[in-house]
Each structure stands twice: as C-alpha cells, then as structure tokens.
Design a protein around this ligand. Structure first.
Ligand code: HEM
Length: 534
C-alpha cells in the first residue's frame, strides 16, 4: 500500500487495518525511544530488551530463574541494573535499609495487587496501603509475640519429632531406603504451619492424603508470579479469580483457585470451631494463629478482620510459612552432606548439648552457636525470596548510594546477588558456617561478621519484613536438632540437588543447592539414607 494512503482517510477494511497497525507500531517505536533516551532510568545499564519492556522479566519469572538472571545482570552491569522499563535493582548492602527500612519513602509495588486477588481482599503481605498494612501487622503481632512463640515451640517440637521419626522408618537396624529430603522437609513445613495456624495439622508426615497440596501451591505460585508482571496486567487482573482464569491460565491457574479454596475451607472450619467454643463458653487449651486473628480488634479504631482478609491471610500463612522453612531445611541438609566435617561438628554440638531428645528445647537450643551459624549460612546461600521484591518510590523520591530515584520508579534488593557478593562474603559459593562466628584467630573479626550480617537479609528488614522470622529459627532448629540427635545421615549414591555440568547457565555449580524461584522456592533432593542411633 502506498504510504500516503495510510494517512488519507479511507473506509476500506485493508486501509483501516493498515492504519491501525501503523498507529500501534508508531506508538511502540516512540515509547521505546522514550524509554531509552528521556525516561528517568535511561542512564542506568541493563539488558537491552529489559530497558524497553517488562517481557524479559515475565519470561524469567515464568522459568523460575529470575535470581540467576539478576545475578548475571549485576555481574555484567554493576550494582544498579535496570531490569524493566520502570524498574531497577540495587545490590549494595546500604540499599537494604534505604529501600526496606522504617523511613524508606516507598510502598509495595503494583505486582502485589495480583497475588491473592482471588481471596477477595489483600493478605497482609499484599496490602499496599502503608497505614492499612501497619494495622494488619498490629492484628497479627500477638500470634508471633515472644509469649505465643514459647507456646508454639512445644507444638512445633511435636512435628519435629515426627519429621525425624518418619524419615528414619526402615533405618532402625540398617540404613533406611533412600528418602527425598526436599519432600520430607516440605511435609514438615506444611504440618507445623497448619498445626500452629488452624490447630489441625495437614498430617503429611504421616499420611499421603494431603500430599497433593505442595504441588498445587507450586503451580499457583508459578502462575501468579509471572502474571503479576505482565505489561497489561491492569486489564487482565479483573479476570483472575473468576472462571475465565481456567481458560486463560491452564492447569496452573486452575491450581491457583484450588489452593485458594483449600485455604478458605480450612478457615471456615476453624471459624465454626471458634464460634462453637464461644457459644459453649469453652477456652481452647492451645492458642493457634487463628485464635489470635479471629479475636483481634484494633485498639484505636475497633476494627476487626473481615472474612475476606482472613481468607487471604490464611492462604498466605500456609504458603509463606511452609515454603521458607521447607526450602531452608532441605538446603541445609544438602550442604551438611556435601561438607562432612561441618556435619560432624554440628552433630557433636547437638549431641553434647542434650542428655535426651525430650530435652531439646529453648533456651539451650536457641543458643547453640554452630547450629545457628549453619542456618544463617544456608539462608545466605539460598534465600527463599531470592529476587528483588518490588517497592514503588513515593512523592519526594529516594536517594540511594548518591543516586536520586524519582517517584513512581520500582526499586528492589536482589537478595541472591547480594548474598554472593565476594567483597562481603569471601569465597561466596562455599558453605562456611564459620563466617558467622567471631574468631579473630581464624581471621574472622567482629567487623567481618557485622559486615556479613548487614549484607544478608533473607527475611528483609523494616515494617514489611517477615513476621515469621523468629518462628522460622525455632522450627528449623527443632527439626535439625531432632534429626541429628537421633540419627546418622548419609548421601544415597551421588549427592543430588546441586548443579550439574549439563544444566543451563548459572546452574552448573555442583556444590550449590538448586532452586526455582517462583515467589516460593522449589527444589528437589538431596536423596538421603538414615540410620537410627538410639
Ligand atoms: C526461612 C523461612 C522464611 C523466610 C526466609 C521468609 C522470608 C520472608 C520475606 C523476605 C518476606 C517479605 C516478603 C515481601 O516483602 O513481599 C516475608 C513476609 C512474610 N512472611 Fe516470611 N519467611 C519465612 C518463614 C515464614 C513463616 C514460618 C511464616 C509464618 C508462619 C511467615 C509469614 C510471613 C508473613 C505473614 C509475611 C508478610 C509480612 C508482612 O507483609 O507484614 N514467613 N517472609
């Protein structure tokens, strides 16, 4: 078609289609030129396609390798990388408090609007409004207070003992059959969180019945992770949670709905129990998380949780709680098996500290230095929330490392990148719990340990950090202490779960536990054999 006809009004269909195509192409060409030249982020380096569009980000979120992509970007381009049209990630320790601390002039990015939309209300993690978030946090705090955690420890110990006992089945006289640590750590994560959350465990350590849940959750998280970053998400979002979702999102979308329904039905049962108890004026002999949530009232406004908010928090707590602990537990066992001296050192510390399994408890358990160091080092190597969590800069902007970032830009901290910075963590791909213990004779000074702590933030920091941080340490310490107190452990065949020569770029390090980052972190292995010692 001659070019002048494109601009000349014509009512023929081919001309109208050609004009529409021309207008769309022109729009994108101008948009891309703007993003590369006049946009406030034009001066920052990054992969070319990522500087003009969010599609590369969507692809990496879908593939579960966003943390590896961020790592290779920061290797190529330095500490500030533009990873999307409107987004940068900053990999310096000083950026952590500036982006996430109490005074940070940011709110959560719009990606959070999509995550639990099917629940009908945002969960606490997805609440973008800072005042509303603070209110929700006040509601949740009692369930994670020191007093509540003291009670919780007794309950978690029950799951930890089951974790150790069930893994050891078959290992009473000789080495057990091979067990996939990833699966068993996942069952432990779900069992202790559901037990604490609803007062009723999923019972995955004992029975097959509910073992479908982690897979459904995995599919749900793949779907919601990448969908939240789609360039036209504002148009798509209203369809999420409706039956149309099944058609556009396939199995992953259907599983997302299935997971929401499961969390809702568990909550409905728990509400029914609470109402019955109130009617009969009976007290629960143990206070689970939803006991606190169902009875929370804001002292200032008198507001209580709505049903939709409870549904959203119910889905969140199961997912957030089980995933982080499950991943860290299986990763820690991987690193212990890969480093036999470390395993021996840790076993000795645990076995020398407790006369019997029944005595594995705080304050002694909390104070074991090498156990704590092994967990810190695992969280450094494999932070469960490995990639940048989006924060949107508010009016007035934000200055980080001397760079002024204006309102509306999305900023984030790439934890996996930061945790492998060799200037803070020498020999960053080696598992070295010693780096968390001050020992000047071994060349590890107090300053070095303080520097490592400032650059390692698996739970993030500030008002939106992980509320389950202290609970996670309790659960991880109980599970590892029970397992290693009662049993010996050995690798089945070649150690599985690490990288391999034939894997994709970034997944070749054999001594690094591999994970897929889909908001939740997925993994496989190691295969272990167990022999009961007692
Ligand atoms: C190793 C274990 C864990 C790690 C590394 C971890 C990490 C995190 C991180 C980085 C966040 C911030 C997410 C964001 O900004 O979007 C977060 C939020 C959250 N986590 Fe965890 N988590 C773990 C275990 C748990 C457990 C055991 C629970 C509860 C049973 C839990 C409940 C939550 C909740 C409710 C939030 C939202 C907090 C808020 O927005 O105020 N997490 N977690």
């Amino acid at each position: 078609m001659p070019l002048e006809k494109l601009f000349w009004p014509s009512s023929s269909y081919p001309a109208l289609i050609a004009q529409a195509c021309f207008a769309i192409i022109s729009y994108f060409v101008i948009l891309f030129i703007y993003r590369l030249t006049l946009h406030p982020l034009a001066k920052y380096p990054g992969p070319f396609l990522a500087r003009i569009s969010d599609w590369p980000l969507v692809v990496h979120c879908y593939r579960g390798d966003r943390h590896l992509w961020e790592y290779s970007n920061h290797q190529k381009f330095g500490s500030i990388v533009r990873y999307g049209a409107n987004s940068i990630s900053i990999s310096t320790p000083s950026s952590i408090p500036l982006i996430h601390g109490v005074k940070a002039n940011v709110k959560k990015g719009s990606w959070y609007k999509t995550l639990d939309i099917s629940a009908g209300a945002p969960s606490i993690q997805m609440e973008i409004n800072k005042q509303e978030h603070a209110l929700r946090r006040r509601f949740l705090n009692p369930a994670f207070s020191e007093k509540a955690l003291r009670e919780a420890e007794k309950l978690i110990a029950v799951s930890a003992k089951k974790f150790s006992d069930k893994l050891a089945v078959g290992g009473e006289k000789d080495w057990s059959s091979p067990k996939n640590m990833s699966d068993w750590a996942t069952y432990f994560g779900f069992d202790f969180v559901s037990d604490l959350g609803y007062g009723q465990s999923f019972g995955m350590l004992e029975r097959d019945e509910n073992r479908w849940i982690p897979n459904v959750l995995k599919n749900a998280s793949i779907f919601l992770y990448y969908v939240g970053y789609l360039p036209f998400i504002d148009m798509i979002r209203p369809l999420i949670g409706s039956s149309v979702q099944d058609y556009i999102g396939g199995q992953e979308a259907a599983d997302s709905l299935k997971y929401t329904n499961l969390a809702n039905s568990r909550l409905a049962e728990r509400i029914e129990l609470e109402e019955k108890m109130q009617k009969e004026k009976v007290q629960l002999d143990r206070k689970d998380t939803f006991h606190y949530l169902l009875n929370s009232k804001d002292p200032v406004t008198g507001k209580m949780f709505t049903k939709e908010e409870l549904q959203a928090d119910s889905a969140l707590i199961i997912a957030a709680g089980s995933d982080g602990v499950g991943l860290t537990l299986s990763a820690c066992v991987f690193y212990l098996l890969d480093n036999p001296h470390t395993l021996q050192h840790l076993m000795k510390e645990i076995r020398d500290s407790f006369p019997s399994m029944e005595e594995i408890q705080s304050p002694k358990l909390a104070s074991l230095p090498y156990l704590h160091a092994c967990i810190e080092e695992t969280l450094r190597m494999n932070p469960p929330k490995a990639s940048s969590l989006p924060r949107e800069v508010l009016k007035g902007g934000l200055t980080i490392d001397g760079e002024f970032i204006p309102k509306g830009i999305t900023v984030g901290t790439p934890l996996y990148v930061l945790h492998h910075d060799p200037t803070v963590f020498p020999d960053p791909w080696s598992f070295k719990p010693e780096r968390w213990v001050v020992s000047p004779s071994q060349g590890n000074t107090a300053e070095m340990v303080a520097g490592a702590k400032a650059a390692c933030a698996p739970f993030l920091v500030g008002p939106m950090n992980c509320i389950g941080k202290n609970m996670s340490y309790i659960a991880l310490k109980l599970a590892l202490a029970h397992l290693l107190f009662s049993n010996d452990l050995r690798v089945c065949g070649e150690l599985s779960g690490g990288g391999s020569d034939v894997a994709e770029e970034g997944r070749q390090r054999k001594n690094e536990y591999q994970m897929r980052d889909w908001i939740l972190g997925f993994r496989d292995g190691p295969m272990v054999e167990i022999k009961t010692r007692l």
